[in-house]
Design a protein around this ligand. Structure first.
Ligand code: HEC
Length: 207
């Protein structure tokens, strides 16, 4: 009798761990259920992803502020153009995670979101339109990828006052000209303060 109960509870546990939800992730990135067995790992992994994001955005902002101070927006543009990607790679390597920035209206052609990132960004826009604070807006899910559990984490990047210089509605003529020269297919202008400019993406293996 005891054995039976044991076997059946093991089965329940196993089915809870089953990857049924993972396939769904391809289509409905924002509505999937979390993987039950990873709930404790997930909490720790989210905390780590938040730290990685903070490290990354601090590095970027420090660089941006220094460049603005040293030579104004044109200089800062050149710095963003040459340093943003190496900084991304450096922070990713340090934390052994995949790291990038994405936007529905990207400036850098390397920052186009993939299918699940696009779904999350669209959801962020909806949440912002309903009045949710963009500063705290985030997304996290655990998925199975090639037999490995993976955390997918995204943190919204709000458009602040300083961002409007290069991403806003009224951009100075010289800045505009430099942007056109560096990014002929730039989509990242016309933003208002408080809107979701894009997001940081952290993907980290859990096992
Ligand atoms: C001096 C001009 C300048 C300022 C100010 C600026 N950016 Fe950018 N931004 C750029 C450039 C140039 C790129 C493209 C190069 C890169 O970073 O990959 C970019 C890219 C981005 C991206 C990556 C997605 C994309 O469109 O390619 C995000 C997200 C972003 N900026 C957010 C912000 C936020 C948030 C602020 C304010 C805190 C800000 N930016 C301020 C010039 C600027």
């Amino acid at each position: 009798m005891n054995k039976l109960i044991l076997i059946s509870s093991v089965c329940i546990l196993l089915s809870a761990c089953g990857g049924g939800d993972d396939k769904k992730d391809n289509k409905t990135a924002t509505t999937q259920k979390p993987v039950a067995s990873a709930s404790i790992d997930k909490k720790a992994a989210i905390e780590e992803a938040k730290k990685i994001t903070k490290d990354f955005t601090t590095s970027l902002k420090t660089e941006l502020k220094a460049a603005m101070k040293a030579g104004g927006p044109i200089n800062a543009l050149t710095v963003c153009n040459t340093k943003a990607m190496p900084i991304t790679q450096e922070v990713a390597k340090k934390h052994k995670a995949q790291l990038n920035r994405v936007s529905l209206k990207n400036r850098n052609p390397a920052n186009v979101p993939n299918f699940w990132q696009k779904a999350v960004l669209e959801d962020f826009d909806k949440r912002a339109a309903k009045g949710e604070d963009v500063v705290k807006m985030a997304y996290a899910s655990v998925v199975e990828n090639n037999g490995k559990k993976q955390l997918r984490f995204m943190k919204a990047m709000p458009t602040g006052d300083v961002c409007l210089t290069c991403h806003g509605e009224k951009i100075d003529g010289k800045v505009k000209a430099k942007l056109k020269e560096l990014y002929p297919n730039d989509k990242a202008t016309g933003y208002k303060k408080g809107q979701v400019r894009g997001a940081v993406v952290v993907v980290k293996d859990l096992n």
